[in-house]
Design a protein around this ligand. Sequence first.
Ligand code: H2B
Length: 101
Amino acid sequence: MVSKLSDTERSTHLPKLEQQGWKLVQGRDALTKTYTFSDFNAAWGFMSRIALKADKVDHHPEWFNVYNRVEITWSTHECQGLSERDLGMVAFCEEIAPQKN
Ligand SMILES: C[C@H](O)[C@H](O)[C@H]1CNC2=NC(N)=NC(=O)C2=N1
C-alpha cells in the first residue's frame, strides 16, 4: 500500500517543483503542469514516452492535449493523494520535456 507524502516530504519537494511550474490542484491533492511544445509531433512524442513509462511502472497520468499543449496531472488513486510515485513521474516529465516553461 502506497501512502500519501508526509508534511516533511512535501516541504522538501514542493518548493522546487513549484519553481519548475508545477502547481497544486485546487480542491484535491494533485500536481499539475501545462507544457507547451513546438508542435503536435513534439507534444505527442512527450506523451508517448510518458505512456511507455506509465505502463512500465503502473502509474498513469491524467492529461489533456490540444495540438502543442499538454496539461498533465499526477495523483495516486490508491491513497487518494500525492505519493512518491507522483514525484517519480513528475521528475520523469521534467527530464524528458524538450522545452521548459
Ligand atoms: C491495479 C493497478 O495497479 C492500479 O490501479 C494502478 C494503476 N495506475 C495508477 N495510476 C495512478 N495515477 N494512481 C494509482 O493509484 C494507480 N494504480
